[in-house]
Design a protein around this ligand. Structure first.
Ligand code: PSU
Ligand code: MN
Length: 304
């Protein structure tokens, strides 16, 4: 088999060798999920939250034909720049073959993190089944890849721009474990609850680590989604949420957007329509998920 061009940073390589806790971070949230220049500030801050918790950050991306796990500040700046493409799993072979670069989605980040031996990953929200998918077949590869890769990903559920009920059904079909972190409510990203109830709440990071161990013992190939809602007092105002969501969805349809451009367009429009309030909540969510992922990575290392 040809060698995989995967190069963990020295910091990540050392942590892997010593069995110290590591959390993977995705780069599409930086390149396409947050507006410039807040995105670079956020990328640096996300890594710092992990370092402050004694966990090694591994931001994942593809640069010049190499899979990267752990980026230098120069490399973070490249990811935060204007013209970096968004890469899902199916794009990886092409971009590697061409020596190209790009930011990785949840799907691509999960795949690369697993190849690197990293078991825990923090993001904001997952991709999922788009509204109208019955017609368009637009379902994020995040879901299928989480059915194939034994990673634990902490997220605030999926955004209400998607069909949340259909997304939960697909996660069931694909064999993805869904745990509610201190809740039985599946969040809808900006809102604490989507109205969908989960079967399996867990009390803390050690309970998640115990599920990881049983999944490994069962030799299941699939991932674990840890749904981690913001507390009610920090969610987006539901009235504001409902108003802007309808407008952004209508505009995407009027503009005839499809495929991988839909998610970035909706995210950016919602920031504009809420005067930045959705961005504040978005950043709060990412920080909250990263903090929980740090606790899970530590718990998994303490009880391997
Ligand atoms: N959802 C968010 N913020 C994001 C994304 C999704 O709330 O930044 C990004 C993630 O990188 C996710 C990707 O993996 O969008 C999904 O895109 P698509 O629907 O094209 O698969
Ligand atoms: Mn899509």
């Amino acid at each position: 088999m040809p060698a995989l061009p995967l190069s963990p940073s020295p910091e990540v390589a050392a942590a892997l060798a010593d069995g110290r806790p590591i959390v993977a971070l995705e780069s599409t949230i930086i390149s396409h999920g947050l507006p410039r220049p807040d995105n670079l500030t956020a990328a640096r801050e996300f890594e710092q939250i992990l370092r402050d918790a004694d966990v090694v950050p591994a931001t994942i991306a593809v640069l010049d034909g190499e899979l990267k796990a752990g980026l230098t500040d120069d490399e973070l700046q490249r990811i935060a720049a204007e013209d970096i493409p968004k890469l899902s799993v199916r794009d990886l072979p092409v971009v590697l073959a061409r020596g190209g670069s790009g930011a990785t989605t949840v799907a691509a980040t999960s795949w690369i993190a697993d190849r690197a031996g990293i078991r825990v990953f923090a993001t904001g929200g997952l991709g999922g089944v788009h509204r109208g998918a019955g017609e368009t077949f637009d379902e994020s590869a995040d879901l299928t890849v989480l059915g194939q890769v034994p990673i634990t990903v902490v997220s605030a559920g999926v955004k209400s721009i998607l069909d949340i009920g259909a997304t939960l059904e697909r996660l069931e079909t694909l064999g993805v474990v869904v745990l509610g972190f201190g809740t039985d409510q599946f969040p809808s990203f900006w809102l604490t609850s989507s109205g969908h109830t989960l079967d399996w709440p867990v009390v803390d990071a050690f309970a998640v680590a115990a599920v990881m161990r049983s999944r490994d013992a069962l030799q299941l190939p699939s991932g674990i989604v840890v749904a981690n809602p913001l507390p009610l007092e920090r969610q987006l105002d539901p009235a504001v949420h409902d108003a802007v969501l309808g407008q952004a969805l209508a505009e995407a349809e009027q503009q005839g957007l499809s495929g991988k451009d839909v998610t970035p367009f909706l995210l950016q429009r919602i920031v504009e329509l809420t005067d930045g309030e959705s961005l504040r909540v978005n950043l709060d969510i990412a920080r909250n998920n990263i903090a929980v992922a740090a606790r899970i990575a530590r718990a998994a290392v303490e009880h391997p």
